[in-house]
Ligand binder design. Structure first.
Ligand SMILES: [Ca+2]
Ligand SMILES: [Ca+2]
Ligand SMILES: [Ca+2]
Length: 321
């Protein structure tokens, strides 16, 4: 009986030890999992700080190169370009993060050499104090120097003119959609053709034309500032097709909208339906886009002319001047 009791007690002890081991194992498992998560959270923080440092170095370098700079001008261009022509070494960002930036010209991030390209490599480190574990994160960015902007037309002495068919862009818009179509059906135009607002379905876009009317654009380099009188050579088929709007850089302008002109023959006009001459303003020298929007469909426009001369009156001929 005693033997059976001690055997039973032994079994209970074994079971207690097993259960305790199981609880301990679960406890260790939980601890291990929490520890890993804590470590992971800490690494995420390290990673974030390293990325932040790399981003900071990149922003600073872009400012130095593209606004304050350029960096490396006259230095290290050509076949030997894969050398860092500018280095920002261990620049401290704060919060125990630091960054190293290397700039090379005429090379891209994929190591191909190509003239005009800049490569910026920014490596962030957190933490940067010696004796501590650190995490590095890096960005590589390449960009090309913007080509010098050029205009299709050059203003000189307060005058610039062009054929409507020599546009830089021709954009269709509206519901129903309208287009400026090249056309040669009606004789008497200058250049190679005129532009026709089509189709003809009695549309009159009096307002909201910037987003609802087809338009043509002409880039013009202005050196003379001030008020310009807008002249258009046109030939409307009827009273429902003898008007258009003009403006600068896509902006609706009450001073140059609702330009109305000749019906049944080619003629120059500077008149608006508001009873004043159509004008635009060029505040500082530079390149601007002249916009010509459809107002009434069916209209035919042949040439445009901008002049600072308020006394100029274009005669009824092909050429104003
Ligand atoms: Ca009309
Ligand atoms: Ca019409
Ligand atoms: Ca023309």
């Amino acid at each position: 009986m005693k033997d059976r009791n001690s055997q039973k007690t032994g079994m209970i002890l074994v079971m207690v030890v097993l259960i305790t081991s199981a609880i301990l194992a679960v406890g260790l498992g939980i601890f291990s999992s929490v520890f890993n998560q804590l470590r992971s959270a800490s690494e995420t923080k390290y990673s974030f700080n390293a990325f932040y440092a790399a981003d900071h170095g990149m922003e600073r370098t872009l400012y130095l190169d593209r606004i304050a700079g350029p960096l490396c001008e006259g230095v290290n261009t050509g076949p030997e370009a894969d050398v860092n022509c500018y280095t920002l070494a261990d620049f401290a960002v704060g919060n125990n993060a630091c960054v190293t930036v290397r700039v090379s010209k005429d090379i891209k991030c994929n190591e191909t050499e190509e003239a005009g390209w800049t490569r910026v490599r920014s490596t962030g480190l957190y933490q940067c104090s010696s004796g501590e574990l650190g995490v590095k994160r890096a960005f590589c960015l390449n960009y090309q120097a913007a080509a010098a902007q050029s205009a299709s037309f050059q203003e000189s002495g307060g005058l610039v003119q062009g054929e409507t068919e020599d546009f830089d862009s021709n954009i269709s818009q509206g519901a129903p959609q309208h287009d400026w179509m090249p056309d040669t059906f009606v004789a008497g135009y200058s250049g190679s053709r005129y532009m026709l607002a089509s189709p003809e379905n009695n549309t009159n876009q009096n307002t909201g034309y910037a987003i609802n009317s087809p338009y043509l654009t002409y880039s013009i380099d202005f050196s003379t500032v001030g008020t310009y009188y807008v002249w258009i050579r046109m030939n409307g088929p009827d009273g429902g097709g003898d008007s258009l709007h003009a403006g600068i850089d896509g902006v609706e302008d009450p001073a140059s909208d609702r330009i109305a002109g000749a019906i049944g023959s080619w003629g120059w006009t500077n008149s608006t339906m508001d009873g004043v001459p159509a004008t635009i303003n060029i505040p500082v020298p530079g390149i601007y886009d002249l916009y010509l929007w459809m107002r009434e469909d069916g209209n035919r426009i042949d040439q445009w002319l901008l002049t600072t001369d308020s006394g100029l009156v274009c005669p009824d001929g092909i050429n104003c001047l």
